[in-house]
Design a protein around this ligand. Sequence first.
Ligand code: FAD
Length: 413
Amino acid sequence: MPKQITIIGAGIVGIATACYLRRDGHEVTVVDMNPPGEYCSFGNAGILSPGSCVPQALPGILWKVPGYLADPLGPLTVRWSYLPKAAPWLLRFVANSRLARVEKIADALRPLLKQTFDAYRPLVAHAGVSDLIRQTGYIVVYESENAYRGDALAWQLRRDRGVVMEELDAQAIRHFAPALAKIYPCGLYLPEQGYVANPGRLTQALAAQFQRDGGKILQRKVLAIEIGADGAHALATDAGRLPVETLVICTGVHSNEFSAALGDPVPIEAERGYHVTVSDPGVELPLPVFAPEGKFFVTPMEMGLRIAGQAEFAGIAAEPDYARADILAQHLRRILPEIRTVQGTQWMGRRPSLPDSLPVIGPSRRHRNVYYAFGHGHVGLCGAAPTGRIIADLIAGRRPVIDVSPYRPGRFS
Ligand SMILES: Cc1cc2nc3c(=O)[nH]c(=O)nc-3n(C[C@H](O)[C@H](O)[C@H](O)COP(=O)(O)OP(=O)(O)OC[C@H]3O[C@@H](n4cnc5c(N)ncnc54)[C@H](O)[C@@H]3O)c2cc1C
């Protein structure tokens, strides 16, 4: 039975969800204050990694933090004025780093991410942008054997869940990526992974197809949700009231503003990251490269080479600190010594991160006509299409192909 469904949020999660719901024949409207794909989904590293099932917090994380913070080229920064606000989230984050918990989180993330290529395939084929999805695998490169051994748990967690990987020595790394500096004695090749050659264009292309298929996109800021005894009634927007029948919240880092009002508070934090994209680098990478010591990816996008990474805790509203992007540019110069320039476009995005590294996907506890799909943190591009398919299954009353109980919104209370 077709329903009238309103989605707040036209990032990749909202748009993938809209596409899946429209395929089921529902009347779907997406409301966003920005054009599709212009927020966090615009400038990410583009990685589609069915194997990224390891949470951000691993045993021993607390002892690594001082080193990260002290390193001027390190991957982590906390604005000290923001620390009191971030502290409760950070404490929960550390609490999730116990091994037993980490195993459970990895068990929950792997089935979701494993579906990424399968879930994107019909959407990109229909939108005529299959070329954007590239299943090349990626390589991981370490500057020291010690650092590689230090990450043994993270790789074992992946192996235990069926992620295929092959160890590389210095020569094999050069074979994969001859342009890389000769500073990497060891690494890994993960053949089943891949990337999106332009994440912004992917969201825009899916959104355009959704509209050609009869879906509606309204550019409005949602100010509040009107709630009655039988659920969400309407959206109060900056351009008037919008009645709703079924509502899906896909507002990334802003999602708690709505879910808390609906009785499902979630501890979401803006884990800000940066990119630099160099349009004419003069060197080539045949596949993405991940450098775990600096926690950045370099991805061969259709717009040039993009380096993306960094985790900055400064709140949603703080101005970008492009010194963090300059750090990425310095890394780029160091790992690709022949690069023509590291001047390029700089960007900051806010990962919608939850302290257990799992998204929220599923129905509201209180309101029968409200669903949530947000909080994918570092893997939102990868998790978006599988999430959209799950939401469509839930709304249709079909059993999703995976157990969705680990993503329930009520797990934090
Ligand atoms: C540096 C960096 C690198 C990354 N690399 C990867 C990667 O390689 N692979 C991967 O899988 N993920 C990666 N990510 C994470 C990924 O980008 C995010 O998880 C993903 O984009 C989140 O998508 P979303 O649709 O939930 O949120 P968003 O893209 O942020 O979309 C949310 C939308 O909600 C709208 N909205 C919010 N509030 C309102 C309101 N009140 N009214 C109307 N509209 C509203 C916003 O305008 C926005 O369009 C990276 C992130 C960063 C920062």
